[in-house]
Ligand binder design. Structure first.
Ligand code: NAP
Length: 272
């Protein structure tokens, strides 16, 4: 990693799966990091305090996505914002307001602070859900999920991510904020945090025995360290713009359980 930069940046939802890796890599690069968490006293943030460089250059700020003032305080004086905080849940009541209004609030706070760039963590969920797209079409950054289809299929997480990303683009345009968006596929890899996040359950269910069979389905995966590094590269590359899909492998569930069985033969991994 390159030597210290001492630039001050903010990471929202800092104790989350992806955000923890972004904080770690930023500290390793010499950034001064303000991580927002809802409760700085919660022991679930301990892993952040133990990161190399945290004692000298990490501050945990209390902020809620629905509390604009708290976000303005955390972002004021920052050169950049990595907005990763969002509920990751398929429940419209819990998902929509923090995801959409929260993103607007982050953009407002970023505009007030005159940050150089906001890097927003959207999702492939905001990209691929469109029943009218032919299966032969390669999904790329120009694709958007169809809101009505997400609604009809009750895919509230994807619906919320479309709405949140659109809110980010609207606010960026209205307030003259430089925005770059990352759209990761399903993120897996080593956890820094002590809690289990939604995408990890996708793998964990095969190890705990709660999944007795696997589906005849394919899924795209990416390593959390690559996703975190992508955020930082996009912040540091002036010519970066627009959206960036972030994906590594496309695997059938049969291939996933095969890999798990190879490395963890002692676990009850499904074979059917
Ligand atoms: N993991 C994936 O496969 C994946 C794929 C594509 C995109 N993404 C996106 O990546 C981002 C991070 O996901 P993740 O997997 O790292 O999830 P995560 O571990 O659940 O982290 C989400 C973070 O958001 C925070 N948060 C939720 N509601 C909040 C609110 N109202 N105010 C402030 N903070 C709030 C949580 O804080 P608390 O600790 O206080 O609850 C948590 O730290 C999300 O935007 C997600 O949509 C994830």
């Amino acid at each position: 990693m390159s030597p210290a930069t001492n630039q001050v940046v903010c990471v929202t939802g800092a104790a989350g799966f992806i955000a923890s890796w972004i904080v770690k890599l930023l500290l390793e690069k010499g950034y001064v990091v303000r991580g927002t968490v809802r409760n700085p006293d919660d022991s679930k943030n301990n892993h952040l305090r133990e990161l190399e460089g945290a004692k000298e250059r990490l501050t945990l700020c209390k902020a809620d996505l629905l509390d604009l003032e708290s976000l303005c305080e955390a972002i004021s004086g920052c050169e950049g914002v990595f907005h990763t905080a969002s509920p990751v849940i398929d429940d419209p009541e819990q998902m929509m307001e923090p995801a959409v209004m929260g993103t607007r609030n982050v953009m407002v706070a970023a505009a007030e602070a005159k940050v150089r760039r906001v890097v927003f963590t959207s999702s492939v969920g905001a990209v691929y859900m469109d029943p009218n797209r032919s299966p032969d079409v390669v999904v790329d950054e120009s694709c958007w999920s169809d809101l009505q289809f997400c609604k009809n299929t009750k895919n509230w997480y994807c619906y919320g991510k479309v709405m949140a990303e659109q809110a980010a683009w609207d606010e960026a345009k209205a307030r003259g904020v430089d925005l770059v968006v990352v759209n990761p596929v399903l993120v897996i890899g080593p956890l820094l945090q002590s809690t289990v996040n939604a995408s990890i359950i996708h793998i964990l269910k095969y190890l705990t025995g709660s999944a007795k069979t696997y589906a005849n389905a394919v899924q795209a995966y990416v390593d959390v360290r690559d996703v975190a590094l992508t955020h930082i590269i996009l912040f540091e590359t002036p010519s970066a713009f627009g959206r960036y899909l972030c994906a590594e492998s496309m695997l059938h569930r049969g291939e996933v359980v095969e890999i798990l069985a190879k490395y963890f033969p002692e676990y009850p991994i499904p074979t059917k």
